[in-house]
Design a binder for this molecule. Structure first.
Ligand code: CA
Ligand code: CA
Length: 477
C-alpha cells in the first residue's frame, strides 16, 4: 500500500511538471490571486477589477495589523455605528402592538450577520459610487464609514469592527420610573432577501404592552444566556408609540418638545440640502416614522412684518428632496397625523392635507378674510386637527376634511393651541388663557394670565409670562 501511495505521488508530480511546461498558459486568475497574510489566497469576486481587488486585500491586511483585530471572532457590536435608531412600536388596534427595527452591524456590508473578510466584496462591487448619483440607495450599503462615497477608507470600519456578530436581538423593557431593563424576548438574526442591498427589518408582536413601559432592542453575539450584549437601540415609550417621531411644532400636541427617540450623541453632519431661493422664515421641521422631514419656508416679504409666500418641502432621510408644494400664501409649520397625512395651514386659515407622496388630498377653506398671518394648528392623538382662523373662530377638522365643530373665541388667538386633555388651551390677545372642551369646543374656563407657549408635562400646564418677567407658573389638573 505504501509503495502504491509513493507511486501515486510520483505520477502526480510528473503530471504537474507536464502541465507547467512553457507551452501551457497559466489561467489569468491564478496570476492575479492576491494573498492575505491573515486569511490566505482571496479569489477575486465577479465584476471586480483585478488591480482594485489586489489593492483592497493588501490595504485590509494593513488595517487589521494596525487595529490588531484579525484574530477576533464573535464579539457583539458595541460602536455607535451599529446603534439601531429606528425602533418603532405601532399599536395594532386590538390592544397589542408591533415592534420593528432595522439591522445594523457596522462593517457587515454583505449583511450575513458577521463582520469578516467577505465584506470586502461589496466595496469592490460598488467602488467609487457616491451619494451625488440618483441610484445611491443601491450602493449605500458599501459606504461603511458613511461619508457618501464607496472608497478605500471604507475598509477601516470593517477592520475596527472585525469579528462583530449579531446572533439576534434581545427585546428589553422597563417601567418609565425604573432604571433596570428586563428581558422580554429574543429574536434570531434574519438575512436580507437574496440580492438585496437593504438591511433586513425585524418585527416582533407585543401582546399586551403597558402605556408606561419603555421598550428597546439590544444585539447579542450569542443565542443563549448569558448574552454578550452590543449597543442598545433607541427606547420607545409605549404611550408615545402611535405618534410620529416629531409630528408638530414643539414635538406633540402637549407642546412639551418631547421626542420618542434618543438624539445623536455626536455632531457629525449627515447631509446638507440647499433649497432654492432665499428663505425669510423657516418653520419648525417635523419628522415621520420613515425619517422624512417636512418644513415650510417663506420667501421674503419686503416692507411687511409677516412672511411672504411659503413652500412646503419633504426631504427624505438621505437628504434628498422628495417633493415640494408652493403656495401663494404664507404657511404654518407642517403637522403629521398617525394616518400618514401631512397638514399645513395657509394665511387666513385654509387647511391643506397631503398624502406622504405629496398628493393634495383635500383643501378646506375656514375664513373668508385674511390676517396676513398664520396660526399654529395642533393635531390631537386621535387625529382631530384644531385650527384657529382669521375670523377668531376655533375649528376642529376630521382626517377626511369634514368639520366636527367650530366655535367663536372671546378674542383673537395670541399663540398656538396646546392640548391639556380633555381641554384645549389657547392664549388670547385679551391676556387670558381660554380652555375649550376637545370633544365639542364648548368654552369651559378662562383665566387671566398673559402667556405664550404653554407646555404640558406629566399632570401640569406650565406657562411663562412676558408681562411679569421671569414668571413661570404651573397649573395642575
Ligand atoms: Ca458580513
Ligand atoms: Ca465611504
Amino acid at each position: 500500500m505504501k509503495r502504491f501511495v509513493l507511486f501515486s505521488i510520483g505520477l502526480a508530480m510528473l503530471l504537474a511538471a507536464a502541465c507547467s511546461s512553457p507551452e501551457t498558459p497559466q489561467p489569468q486568475e491564478e496570476q492575479t490571486l492576491p494573498v492575505s497574510s491573515f486569511f490566505g489566497p482571496q479569489p477575486r469576486p465577479a465584476g471586480v477589477d483585478a488591480a482594485l481587488w489586489r489593492q483592497l486585500v493588501s490595504e485590509f491586511d494593513r488595517v487589521l495589523q494596525a487595529q490588531g483585530t484579525a484574530r477576533r471572532v464573535s464579539v457583539p457590536p458595541t460602536g455607535s455605528g451599529s446603534e439601531v435608531g429606528d425602533l418603532w412600536v405601532t399599536p395594532d388596534g386590538g390592544g397589542g402592538a408591533d415592534m420593528s427595527w432595522s439591522y445594523r452591524n457596522q462593517g457587515d456590508l454583505n449583511l450575513d450577520g458577521t463582520v469578516s473578510i467577505a465584506d470586502l466584496t461589496p466595496i469592490g462591487v460598488h467602488y467609487l459610487n457616491s451619494s451625488t448619483a440618483g441610484d445611491w440607495i443601491e450602493h449605500q450599503i458599501a459606504d461603511a464609514d458613511a461619508n457618501g462615497v464607496v472608497s478605500i477608507t471604507d475598509l477601516t470600519p470593517i477592520g475596527i469592527n472585525y469579528g462583530g456578530k449579531v446572533a439576534g436581538y434581545e427585546i428589553q423593557m422597563r417601567f418609565l420610573s425604573a432604571t433596570e431593563w428586563t428581558h422580554a424576548s429574543w429574536v434570531p438574526f434574519i438575512s436580507s432577501a437574496p440580492g438585496s442591498t437593504q438591511p433586513p427589518r425585524y418585527s416582533f408582536h407585543l401582546a399586551a404592552p403597558l402605556p408606561n413601559l419603555v421598550y428597546r432592542v439590544v444585539p447579542t453575539a450569542n443565542a443563549d444566556e448569558p448574552y454578550q450584549y452590543g449597543v442598545a437601540s433607541n427606547g420607545v415609550l409605549y404611550s408615545l408609540a402611535s405618534v410620529p417621531f416629531w409630528n408638530q411644532q414643539q414635538g406633540g400636541d402637549a407642546r412639551n418638545g418631547q421626542s420618542k427617540v434618543a438624539g445623536p450623541l455626536t455632531e457629525t453632519v449627515a447631509w446638507t440640502l440647499e433649497l432654492a431661493g432665499t428663505a425669510a422664515h423657516v418653520t419648525s421641521p417635523v419628522a415621520d416614522a420613515y425619517g422624512t422631514t417636512y418644513s415650510s419656508l417663506a420667501a421674503p416679504n419686503p416692507g411687511m412684518m409677516q412672511p411672504g409666500p411659503g413652500t412646503l418641502y419633504a426631504v427624505n432621510r438621505f437628504g434628498q428632496l422628495e417633493w415640494s408644494y408652493r403656495s401663494g400664501k404664507s404657511l404654518s409649520p407642517p403637522l403629521l397625523s398617525v394616518d400618514e397625512n401631512v397638514y399645513v395651514q395657509e394665511d387666513g386659515g385654509s387647511i391643506l392635507c397631503f398624502s406622504r407622496d405629496g398628493h393634495l388630498r383635500w383643501k378646506r377653506e375656514l375664513a373668508e378674510t385674511s390676517h396676513g398671518a398664520w396660526w399654529q394648528p395642533v393635531i390631537a392623538d386621535n387625529g382631530l386637527l384644531i385650527a384657529p382662523d382669521a375670523e377668531d373662530r376655533l375649528n376642529a377638522i376630521e382626517p377626511d376634511g369634514s368639520l366636527r365643530w367650530s366655535v367663536a373665541l372671546a378674542a383673537a388667538p395670541a399663540a398656538a393651541p396646546t392640548i391639556f386633555d380633555p381641554v384645549l388651551v389657547l392664549p388670547l390677545e385679551d391676556q387670558t388663557i381660554g380652555g375649550n372642551a376637545l370633544t365639542d369646543g364648548t368654552a369651559m374656563t378662562a383665566f387671566a394670565f398673559d402667556s405664550r407657549w404653554p407646555v404640558v408635562y406629566d399632570d401640569a400646564l406650565t406657562c411663562s409670562s412676558p408681562a411679569a418677567a421671569s414668571t413661570l407658573s404651573a397649573f395642575c389638573r
